[in-house]
Design a protein around this ligand. Structure first.
Ligand code: UDP
Length: 233
């Protein structure tokens, strides 16, 4: 019997018969601004499961260790059981979102080199931006673990920039989560989808991601589908 053990804003995690394997189910629910804005995006669960599966397979083919095992239905994948490290790792190539709001960058400007940021994964505390020192002080990861995470995030960025460019998509920024598997190895977890990335059309800069939902830009489902079609064919 699959037992629900965790429910987040966009996914549910269930146990399976194998104690080392979890089932990750993608929901149609969408939230923004730390849960203040809530709605459903039709077919988002299926779309994001497909996009994430394709991307995890691509990254695995480039030797990135991930929790992904297998897509088993429209909106479900099997993943390795991990302990999630409570650090959201954001990688940015182009100024958008909080970089514009908080630091005054000009939206759409290419950054000279990628910026990596860390956010504490805590809904109660509103996911504050924090530094490596906070991460060590809170005991969330040690220096060598954070070095691995940072290097992996930058390598994933290189791979994804190329991957999306071939699909005529500009990878503006994205969020990653990592976990520790049963052997204490750090592996990529969570999802990679239009919920967690900013993806703009390469030619027109049309936003094809969750910002359409956040800012009521319309064509939300259509944009997610567009990404799915370009990524998964
Ligand atoms: N992001 C995410 N989950 C979060 C916060 C951010 O997936 O809880 C993603 C977001 O979709 C974007 C990137 O991380 O691709 C950077 O987000 P930003 O810091 O600009 O915050 P926002 O403008 O989304 O508040």
């Amino acid at each position: 019997m699959n037992k629900l053990i965790y429910e987040g804003k966009a996914k549910q995690i269930y146990t399976t018969d194998d104690p080392d394997i979890y089932l990750q189910k993608f929901k149609d629910d969408a939230t923004a601004f730390n849960g203040l804005k809530k709605d459903k995006i039709s077919h988002k669960g299926e779309i994001n499961n497909t996009i994430s599966s394709v991307i995890f397979e691509y990254l695995a083919s480039k030797n990135i260790p991930t929790h992904f095992l297998k897509k088993i239905s429209d909106d479900e994948m099997l993943v390795k059981k991990v302990d999630i490290i409570k650090v959201e790792v954001v990688c940015r190539n182009v100024a958008a979102g909080s970089l514009v709001k908080k630091f005054g960058f000009e939206e759409g400007k290419d950054l000279e080199k990628p910026i990596i940021e860390y956010y504490l994964k805590s809904d109660e505390l509103g996911d504050p931006l924090f530094t490596d020192e906070h991460i060590y002080a809170l005991g969330l990861a040690n220096k060598s673990e954070l070095d691995v995470i940072r290097k992996m995030a930058l390598f994933i960025n290189d791979l994804l920039l190329k991957f999306f460019k071939e699909k005529n998509i500009r990878l503006v920024d994205f969020k990653l989560e990592f976990g520790k598997d049963k052997n204490n190895n750090i592996i990529l977890a969570d999802e990679i989808s239009p919920d967690t990335c900013r993806l703009w059309d390469m030619e027109t800069n049309k936003k094809l991601d969750k910002d359409r939902f956040r800012f009521d830009l319309g064509e939300v489902e259509e944009s997610y589908l567009e990404i799915k079609n370009r990524v998964a064919g």
